[in-house]
Design a protein around this ligand. Structure first.
Ligand SMILES: Cc1cc2nc3c(=O)[nH]c(=O)nc-3n(C[C@H](O)[C@H](O)[C@H](O)COP(=O)(O)OP(=O)(O)OC[C@H]3O[C@@H](n4cnc5c(N)ncnc54)[C@H](O)[C@@H]3O)c2cc1C
Length: 175
């Protein structure tokens, strides 16, 4: 049996005439032979909003956000665009976002149409989780940050000045 994480591989377009043989095996698994028992199920908080790994737009923040409150601007941009909010491990470790928002090697792999990385340096462990996004936009005050090697559009500057302008421009475009 083989499993892969969502978005690690691109989906193929199903060809109309394709067929496959389905073999159904009758396997008896007596309950007493199970080594694991499910005691209770809990709904992931992220599943109630848009699931990160299925979102077509991801607005992600990193250590450059500095505080949990500063994620509000990302929440607002994501809400305007109908997307989800992601985070780097540094932001998750700081307690600014729950673990289920973490993008990267030890988090979720995403492949949205748009991935916006704000205050994220572009460490390889983060990049493996988002580099297959269709369009990547990076906002970082350090013009030599590695994230600029993987983005299509880069904005060098202070995110606290840039993101409110991005939000205002999105709202304006809807008028
Ligand atoms: C085994 C292992 C697994 C890992 N798994 C993951 C993973 O799944 N996901 C993940 O993300 N990381 C993972 N990491 C951690 C990873 O190596 C990095 O430490 C982490 O991605 C850094 O997060 P960051 O980019 O937010 O922080 P930093 O690297 O500190 O970057 C912060 C960036 O913010 C910019 N900045 C600061 N202030 C501003 C401002 N006002 N305006 C604009 N820009 C600003 C800075 O210039 C900087 O580039 C893993 C590490 C290991 C060892």
């Amino acid at each position: 049996m083989a499993t892969v994480r969502p978005n690690v591989m691109g989906r193929k377009i199903i060809s109309a005439g394709a067929s496959a043989q389905i073999i159904l095996e009758n396997i008896a698994l007596p309950a007493q032979s199970a080594k694991v028992r499910i005691l209770k199920k809990e709904i992931d908080a992220c599943a109630e909003v848009e699931k990160l790994d299925e979102a077509q737009i991801v607005i992600a923040g990193g250590r450059g956000l500095k505080t949990a409150e500063n994620f509000n601007i990302l929440n607002a941009i994501a809400a305007e665009l109908g997307g989800a909010v992601g985070a780097s491990r540094a932001a998750v470790d700081a307690g600014w976002k729950p673990k289920n928002h973490q993008v990267g090697q030890s988090g979720v792999t995403v492949k949205p149409k748009l991935y916006m990385a704000c205050g994220i340096s572009g460490a390889v462990q983060h990049v493996v989780g988002m580099e297959n996004s269709d369009i990547i936009i990076a906002v970082n005050k350090d013009g030599s940050a590695p994230i600029f090697n993987v983005c299509k559009y880069g904005i060098v500057g202070d995110l606290h000045q840039i993101l409110p302008k991005v939000l205002a421009a999105i709202k304006d475009s809807k008028k």
